[in-house]
Ligand binder design. Structure first.
Ligand code: SF4
Length: 239
């Protein structure tokens, strides 16, 4: 636990997590037709150092470290609050993300919002980002060179956030963070560790839109991530 995470903060987070848990009643299929009410809250007072975070955001927006800066509309640093224990990492911005400068908008983003609601989170209660901060043309797979250039930004985001759990969406995110080459079927359903942070991998929401059969395993995985999050908050609160 970093120095800025005090025991009191851990207790406050645990209370908040329990309140969120009361809404942990839905299934993805059940919320799909519902209007998901916002559960957003302002960042709490945890002494979070915003200056380092803002400087990192500006670095990403100004970045020219790989060729993707030439074709992007803008860098996409991430969406949500950095003062959270629940961090989501996807692959790369797509068309709408590139246009709007926000992570996970468009149809896949809307589905992610419903999935988050199903485990008790509003979008503004988590932080959502990608391995790459700039859109690859035609949504091409991230190249090893692009990942190598961009990954330090993600590492610093994780260092600052100090999340209780990371949910990796899609095989590129999972493979990059875990440094392995397995299929998603072989990586999902388990708890890994990334630099001391518990990590759960599951399918990308875009894959669910193409193949509804992936909904059930994804639902199992996000429930697992929520469980790991709750347990990690409890562990931190007890320290
Ligand atoms: S993808 Fe990452 S490394 Fe490449 S230009 Fe964008 S922010 Fe920089």
């Amino acid at each position: 636990m970093s120095a800025r995470r005090t025991s009191d903060e851990g207790v406050a987070r645990l209370a908040r997590a329990r309140a969120l848990g009361e809404r942990f009643l839905y299934r993805i299929d059940e919320v799909a037709e519902e209007t998901v009410s916002s559960t957003s809250t302002a960042p709490d007072e945890t002494g979070f150092d915003a200056s380092g975070w803002d400087a990192l955001r500006q670095e990403v927006l100004d970045c020219t470290k790989c060729e993707l800066h030439k074709s992007r509309t803008q860098g996409v640093f991430g969406s949500g609050t950095p003062d959270t224990g629940f961090m989501i990492v996807g692959e790369a911005p797509g068309y709408y993300e590139d246009q709007q400068g926000e992570a996970f908008v468009g149809k896949a983003g809307q589905l992610l919002t419903k999935i988050l609601a199903a485990i008790g989170f509003g979008r503004d209660e988590v932080f959502i980002t990608n391995i790459l901060k700039s859109r690859p043309p035609k949504n091409a797979d991230p190249s090893p060179d692009q990942i190598a250039a961009c990954e330090p930004y993600l590492e610093r985001q994780i260092e600052i956030i100090d999340p209780a759990v990371i949910l990796a969406l899609g095989r590129h995110a999972a493979r990059t963070l875990l440094g392995v080459d397995g299929s998603m079927a072989s990586l999902r359903g388990r708890v890994f560790e990334y630099r001391g942070v518990p990590l759960v991998a599951t399918y990308h929401p875009a894959a669910l839109l193409r193949n509804p059969n992936l909904k059930r395993p994804t639902w199992e995985d996000v429930q697992l991530a929520r469980k790991v999050y709750d347990e990690e908050l409890q562990r931190r609160a007890s320290q």
